[in-house]
Ligand binder design. Structure first.
Ligand SMILES: Cc1ncc(COP(=O)(O)O)c(C=O)c1O
Length: 366
């Protein structure tokens, strides 16, 4: 069997056509394709305004800076996530405060959030972990009660649903990544969404050097260059045309995995809460006793069979720039036992069976 990657770009169809249109237009910077991509994706997420940026990390940084996060401010982040919420808080000058996650979905635990709130807390960044929406009603209630800003980091969750509502619409300010491994991708890319026009206008301004559109080379505020190009947006628009096809293909893969893997003692398959429709950016199993070998040993065994995997994210609180004392039992368990298996819109049924066979064989021939 050829190597099975953890994730892979799936061509939607119109990428080359739209890219040619951009090249033929003789303008490759930000232009009509970026605007169209912003409108299309914003509408899909049931939000009013969208600002496309160069990647998801810059999206979150721009959000935090626009909200005025700086020295002395605390931002509550989940302890199980890709590092961006913690790293961008620190870059903005604030202090990331990690909280433990729920034992089933590994999403930020609202009861831990409430406990972590201090007079210095300015924002909460919730993440829809691996495509499973967080507990947004509870997080919104806490944020409103304490007068704290809530940000939805939906970088991993294109097309997931929370109580039938789209991810990317579940807090006042939300964001996405369109990095190469995402369900729809622009190679690198991101988007900020909000129903607050004033906020998005500020993002537009600082995205482009803080330069007034009607007064070139005049800067009222300090800005960055976080623009998306029309080349990226052209790919994004083509990808978007197949978002539902990609999502249903990934959900089929997840169903096939669940059928086989739920029968293997010690392999925990991803939990889906009744309120959620998972988008399966990643398919993470947890490897526990009585499965006879460890997560790392299983990853090695699968590697020998040409199956690519990823370990779960390391807990945020153990990493040097973000070191924090406290109890994080669920995040630690996720970090120590989580293994991401190949998933993608183009993964075949045969490949999924091969991965499942590999897991069973690894247990048998230890
Ligand atoms: C939860 C989360 N936030 C932010 C990001 C950052 O996005 P990007 O890689 O586009 O910078 C990622 C990346 O995958 C992510 O998983």
């Amino acid at each position: 069997m050829n190597k099975i990657p953890v994730t892979q770009y799936t061509e939607a169809g119109n990428e080359m056509k739209y890219l040619k249109q951009v090249i033929d237009s003789k303008w490759l910077g930000g232009g009509p394709f970026v605007e169209k991509f912003e409108k299309t994706f914003t509408q899909y997420c049931d939000m009013k305004y969208g600002c496309a940026v160069s990647n998801g990390t810059n999206a979150l940084y721009l959000i935090l800076k626009t909200l005025g996060i700086g020295p002395g401010d605390e931002v509550i982040v989940p302890d199980q996530t890709f590092i961006t919420p913690a790293s961008m808080t620190l870059h903005a000058g604030g202090k990331p405060v990690s909280v433990d996650v729920q034992p089933d979905t590994f999403n930020m635990d609202p009861t831990q959030v409430e406990k972590a709130i201090t007079r210095k807390t300015k924002a909460i960044v919730g993440v829809d972990m691996l495509g499973h929406p967080a507990d947004w009603d509870e997080l919104n209630e806490i944020a409103t009660k304490h007068g704290i800003m809530l940000i939805e980091d939906a970088a991993e969750a294109h097309g997931a649903l929370y109580k039938k509502r789209k991810t990317g619409s579940l807090s006042p300010i939300t964001m996405f990544s369109f990095y190469g491994n995402k369900t729809i991708t622009t190679g690198e890319g991101g988007m900020i969404l909000s129903n607050d026009n004033e906020f998005i206008e500020k993002c537009f301004l600082t995205r482009g050097h803080g330069m007034r559109p009607e007064k070139r080379y005049w800067h009222d505020v300090m800005g960055y260059n976080y623009r998306m190009t029309d080349l990226q947006a052209a790919v994004g628009l083509a990808q978007f045309e197949k978002i539902e096809t990609f999502l249903s293909a990934k959900r089929n893969v997840a169903r096939q995995y669940a059928e086989r893997l739920s029968k293997i003692p010690g392999i925990d398959i991803p939990m889906v809460r009744p309120y959620a429709t998972h988008s399966y950016w990643m398919y993470q199993i947890n490897v526990n006793k009585p499965f006879p070998i460890s997560r790392d040993a299983l990853a090695t065994e699968l590697g020998k069979r040409n199956i690519d995997t990823r370990r779960a994210f390391y807990s945020v609180h153990v990493q040097p720039p973000y070191a924090q004392k406290g109890a994080f039992p669920n995040s630690n368990r996720c970090s120590e036992t989580g293994l991401m298996l190949p998933i993608g819109a183009n993964l075949t049924g045969e490949q999924v069976e091969y991965v499942c066979d590999g897991i069973e064989d690894s247990a048998r021939h230890r």
